[in-house]
Design a protein around this ligand. Structure first.
Ligand code: MN
Length: 462
């Protein structure tokens, strides 16, 4: 039975889940491979080739060679789809996110859920039986990149959701790198100070709104599931894990329950990171599993790592929203900001309706301050589409002079995965490609009606 036959035969009244979301996709948004497919390298190669061809479908590997469950990936490759997860048009994602972060909805605990249809413990437990890919040649092994790690602050009990790369090491053993040193790192340190391990549930396959919320960098007091509820417009149903004191989404495809060991280190990595480079940076942590629970006929969700559109977009969509909303408070004439894929997380293009000289520099300083990853900002006028890299380069070609229209900030905090960074610092470059206020040059344009006609004509003869 193919993945989609399976979904269409869903019997229960499905809550928001990976399945409910997949069931709403249109045929042309899905690329299904039903022949036996080796999951080492091939899914990654397929997604990156689609990207080279300018295509971004959800990819379904229905029959991974040697495994019993299908794999879905590339959910997050398109901005349009990411906006749709949250029920809005592409241009409205940042506003929708800000709303959800403001009006959160707390999850609710329920008695039981499909994620506990099957519970595997003891000798039967084998993480390696999951269709976990080897993604890149230099990767140290098979890696789970889509796992949401849920744990709790041992002092306050506040939950944390985050992604950490997980290397398959044995039937019940994963290597983990917590190198972003986020809240989970703090939780582990607090447990370790008491000589205790940190209980962690690794959740795979949820409604994409939960995936997006798990990528958010919010305050330690905020449960990312409250934001997921805000995005979904309803509470996320949770069930208690079987072997640890952690709650997980009741409609998840699968959960690996266990703990990260205090004071134990093992080699981990390298792994192909979002910069496009294999990186050895690792905190060398170890996770030991106690149970795997899963739905009937589970679906494995993989996120293609490295310099892929989905890895980059999932990683930064919520950050973009936070930064843009804050920037807009200070720069009301801001039109749009784009972090282009070519810049990994390090470049940003900003458009604004300039009403005074000096505004672009002010706005670019703010943006560089709000997002320490940024190394290059280009400011353009509102007529330039920042989501079209050609237009941004055209504005640079025709509205920018290097001797007067740029500045550089040396030795500022940056992201250490940038291989050109120096001890955690880098230089920041700001390019003002806006036209002067008194410019008398006119852009050659078409009537909107003619452009609309062209779009409609091409749609109808596709
Ligand atoms: Mn957190």
């Amino acid at each position: 039975m193919s993945l989609f036959d399976r979904i269409s035969s869903m019997k229960r009244n499905e809550a928001p889940s990976l399945r409910s979301w997949l069931a709403d996709l249109q045929d042309h948004e899905i690329l299904t491979l039903d022949q036996p497919t080796d999951i080492d390298y091939l899914p990654t190669a397929l997604v990156l080739e689609l990207e080279r061809q300018g295509r971004d479908p959800v990819v379904v590997i229905d029959n991974p060679d040697g495994f019993t469950m299908p794999v879905v990936s590339n959910l997050f490759a398109s901005r349009e789809r990411i906006a749709r997860f949250c029920g809005v048009e592409p241009g409205k994602f940042h506003e929708r996110w800000a709303q959800a972060a403001e009006k959160t909805i707390a999850p609710r605990l329920v008695e039981s859920g499909p994620v506990h249809d099957h519970v595997i413990q003891g000798d039967e437990l084998d993480i390696g039986a999951l269709p976990i890919s080897r993604h890149f040649e230099k990767d140290a092994g098979r890696y789970i990149g889509s796992g949401i790690l849920i744990c709790k602050d041992p002092d306050t009990g506040v939950r944390n959701l985050s992604y950490q790369r997980l290397q398959l090491k044995g039937p019940n053993r994963l290597g983990a790198s917590l190198h972003s040193r986020g809240h989970i790192w703090e939780h582990l340190s607090r447990c370790a100070a008491r000589g205790k391990n940190l209980e962690v549930a690794i959740v795979i396959g949820v409604h994409p709104a939960i995936n997006l919320a798990a990528a958010a960098k919010v305050a330690m007091e905020v449960d990312e599931l409250d934001i997921a509820g805000g995005l979904l417009g309803q509470p996320v149903d949770l069930v208690k894990c079987k072997t640890i004191e952690v709650e997980v989404p009741a409609w998840a495809e699968m959960v690996i329950e266990g703990e990260i060991l205090a004071g134990v280190e093992e080699e981990e990595g390298p792994f192909g990171e979002y910069t496009g480079y294999s990186t050895y940076r690792s905190t060398k942590n170890v996770f030991v599993a106690k149970a795997i629970t899963h739905r009937e006929r589970p679906i494995f969700h993989d996120i293609i790592p490295g310099f892929s559109a989905e890895h980059l977009l999932l990683g930064r969509s919520s950050k973009e929203a936070h930064v843009v909303m804050r920037l807009r408070e200070m720069v009301p004439n801001l039109k749009a900001v784009n972090w282009p894929k070519s810049g990994t997380h390090f470049h940003a293009y900003m458009s604004l309706k300039k009403s005074a000289e000096g505004q672009p520099n002010h706005a670019m300083m703010l943006l560089m301050g709000l997002d320490p990853y940024i190394k290059l900002v280009v400011a353009v006028d509102e007529d330039v589409d920042v989501f079209n890299q050609d237009e941004v380069m055209w504005a640079l070609a025709t509205r920018f002079q290097a001797d007067t229209d740029m500045f550089c900030v040396p030795n500022a905090l940056c992201n250490q995965l940038d291989p050109s960074s120096r001890n955690g610092t880098s230089a920041k470059l700001a390019l003002d490609a806006t036209a002067p206020m008194n410019w008398d040059v006119e852009r050659a344009v078409l009537p909107e009606s003619a452009q609309k006609w062209a779009r409609e004509t091409l749609t109808s003869i596709r």
